[in-house]
Structure formats: structure tokens, C-alpha cells
Write a protein of this length. Structure first.
Length: 237
């Protein structure tokens, strides 16, 4: 099976966990809807077009691999709340940031879809980000590759399962310092009303495996694929 592989990097980014308010924690990798947003920006379609049932996105398989240990920091921001056209109060919050993250984004589909993505990422309609508008990414490499059969040994990727309810074995070595996996229920899509307000649709629990942590999953989670020696599964199949 041929897929499109995209190697990207950013100066900084943050993937806020859905229920966070005063303290914005970040996922270690971009969740599926963020990856879909990147595709939409490259193709040049609106939120409403992107999330409608007949959207081209529905036929694109996606996954992601983290390819480095990103830097980490906490930054304090403030939100100015406006009431009656005046600033009524200022609300501070902390936001976690990843610095110099690098990812391999993987896209699957038929030949027409891969060609559309290839052309879009070669000449994107809008600026490409993985996060906020000013968190731009750079594409370092784009290529077509053939997948190999993988095994259920994963590191630096996202799995469409809840590891808290699954059988798995971490691969540990003496002296290792690792971050734990992160599990959260996140939306797979949105509905967008006439005013442009987005409402989350169906949700699924995903497990984010940080770079440097390897786990052996001991139950069936679907077909595993391999690219350049790294294993992954599709996040939307």
C-alpha cells in the first residue's frame, strides 16, 4: 500500500487537552482533528466544508509519529474579557508549550486522494500550522512510500485505544527517564453552524505514546503498519 509521508517541524506548538481551562496541558502529538485542520488549510476549504459528511477528508486515513524529544516549557498568558465594549477583567492561565517538535505525518487513500494531498502540500492555499495561527510548521520532506507489515510495538505515536483498559507491556531499561502515556477522550469531527460555531461530534479515547517510551500491546487493536522501522495504526479506521 502506497501512502504519503510528510516530515514537518515547528519552532513551538501546543495541543490543548479538550477539558482544560485555567491550565492548558498539551498532548505530546497532534490529535486527529488537528491533522485534519492541516489538510483543510493546505487544500483551502472552510471549516464548514471540511467537516460536512461528504467531505473529502472522510476518505483520508491519517496517523502520526513523533521523531524527536521536543523541548518543554510553561508560559503564562492572560485573557481580557470584554463586557459592554469594555475590558471587564483579565483572567490569567498557564499553557504548556513544545519547542522544536518534529513529526512524520502519514496519509493514506486512493491515488486521486494522494495526488490531491501532494499538490496541496506542495502549494498550500493557507499557511500551515499544527496549533494556533502563529505556530507555523515547515515541511522538510514529502514522499510516497510503501507500507510494510508492522508489529504491535509502538513508540512516539497515537493509538485508538484506552491503555487504562488494555493489556500492554512497557519496554524499559535501567536508568531510563520517560514520560507516561496520556489518555483522553477527544472528538473525531465537528459540526459547524451558520455563525461558524463548532460543536464536537463523536468522541473516542486515544492514547498518546510520547517519544522515548516503547510499549508492546498485547491485544488486537487492528492492523499495524511500519514505515522506516516505526510502527503505527490508522487513527480513523
Amino acid at each position: 500500500m502506497e501512502v504519503l509521508s510528510l516530515k514537518v517541524k515547528a519552532l513551538s506548538t501546543s495541543f490543548r487537552r479538550p477539558m482544560d481551562h485555567n491550565y492548558h496541558r498539551t498532548f505530546p502529538l497532534p490529535p486527529p482533528t488537528t491533522i485534519y485542520g492541516l489538510i483543510g488549510a493546505a487544500i483551502g476549504i472552510s471549516d464548514r466544508e471540511m467537516w460536512k459528511k461528504e467531505s473529502v477528508l472522510k476518505d483520508i486515513n491519517i496517523s502520526v509519529l513523533s521523531t524527536n524529544k521536543a523541548g518543554f516549557a510553561k508560559d503564562m498568558w492572560s485573557i481580557k474579557k470584554i463586557k459592554s465594549n469594555k475590558i471587564s477583567e483579565t483572567s490569567p492561565y498557564f499553557r504548556e508549550l513544545l519547542f522544536y517538535p518534529e513529526f512524520t505525518l502519514i496519509f493514506g487513500g486512493n491515488e486521486e486522494i494522494l495526488s490531491i494531498l501532494e499538490n496541496a502540500f506542495s502549494d498550500p492555499v493557507y499557511a500551515l500550522t499544527l496549533g494556533r495561527e502563529d505556530e507555523l510548521i515547515r515541511i522538510d520532506d514529502m514522499e510516497r512510500v510503501y507500507l510494510e507489515k508492522g508489529e504491535p510495538l509502538f513508540s512516539g505515536t497515537i493509538l485508538p485505544i484506552d491503555l487504562r483498559k488494555s493489556r500492554y507491556k512497557p519496554i524499559l531499561e535501567e536508568g531510563m527517564v520517560i514520560d507516561p502515556p496520556v489518555m483522553d477522550s477527544i472528538p473525531l469531527d465537528f459540526t459547524v453552524d451558520k455563525k461558524g460555531v463548532r460543536t464536537p461530534g463523536e468522541k473516542r479515547v486515544y492514547s498518546f505514546i510520547p517519544y522515548g517510551l516503547s510499549i508492546q500491546v498485547e491485544e488486537d487493536i487492528g492492523e499495524a503498519h511500519s514505515i522506516n522501522g516505526r510502527n503505527f495504526v490508522w487513527l480513523n479506521s
